[in-house]
Structures are given as C-alpha cells and as structure tokens.
Design a binder for this molecule. Structure first.
Ligand SMILES: [Zn+2]
Length: 138
C-alpha cells in the first residue's frame, strides 16, 4: 500500500488520475480500470479503446481508516483530521475503484449509496502536487 511513486512514473499515470480513463477491450468489450496490459476479463485481449468513465457508482464496501493504518500519502491528512472513510465503489461502467469518501460522516455511509468521483489534491511530493480522485455522496 502507498508505495513511493517517482515523478516520471507519476506523470505517465496522469491521464488516469485527472480523468477516469479506462480501457474497453476490443475482444470482449469488458472495461478495466486502472488500464492493464491484458484484459482481465477474457485474458486474451491486448488492444483497447480508451473510455472516459462518468465517475458515478455505488458504494460496494467501505472501511474507516484511523491514523495509524493510513497509507503514506494519507498520513498528513489522517493526522489533521483523525479518521476518515475509504470506499470501494462499483462504477456504473463496471470497474471497482478505491478512494477516499469526503463530505460524508462515517456513520452515514451505506452499502449501495450513490457516489460521484471528484478530483482533489491529495499530497505534495518532490514539489509536485499529486491529484487523485475521491468520492462524495451523489
Ligand atoms: Zn477482453
């Protein structure tokens, strides 16, 4: 969790971080996110069409992270805000993605509630502001 990401590697992943761009397999049509070299659905597809995801979906499962268990990129925020929820969201297009849930009390989270992805600044490293998506109630 939270492995160090070098600047060049980060820059290669910027399109996926600024927009939720997934791959649609030209063999079977399955949508994968984050994009992978081989289609995880049919295991033979290696060519893909980029698909921009709407960023809407439902909470599939969630957990509430308290200070000590946070991945490194979240520790500053964990220290300043205490505990915060992390949700796995089943996007409307199919892929499941993990992100922080903001603007929602942990007590109010329900499996199946509709959420929407928003771009937020997450942390600064090597003088580069790292953005990522978070979710908020839709
Ligand atoms: Zn496929």
């Amino acid at each position: 969790m939270g492995a160090h990401i070098s600047v060049p590697m980060y820059q290669r992943t910027v399109p996926q971080r600024y927009r939720l761009v997934a791959n649609a397999c030209t063999q079977c049509g399955a949508i994968s996110f984050p994009p992978k070299a081989t289609c995880p659905q049919c295991s033979v597809g290696r060519e893909f069409t980029p698909v921009e995801l709407k960023g809407t979906g439902v909470v599939y499962t969630y957990t509430v992270i308290a200070g000590g268990g946070a991945p490194p990129e979240f520790t500053a925020q964990a220290r300043s805000r205490g505990r915060y929820p992390v949700v796995m969201v089943a996007l409307d297009e199919g892929p499941k993605v993990v992100g922080q849930l903001v603007d929602c009390d942990p007590e109010d989270i329900r499996i199946g509630m509709r959420v929407r992805a928003v771009m937020r600044r997450i942390y600064v490293e090597e003088e580069v502001i790292r953005y990522g998506f978070k979710f908020r109630p839709a």
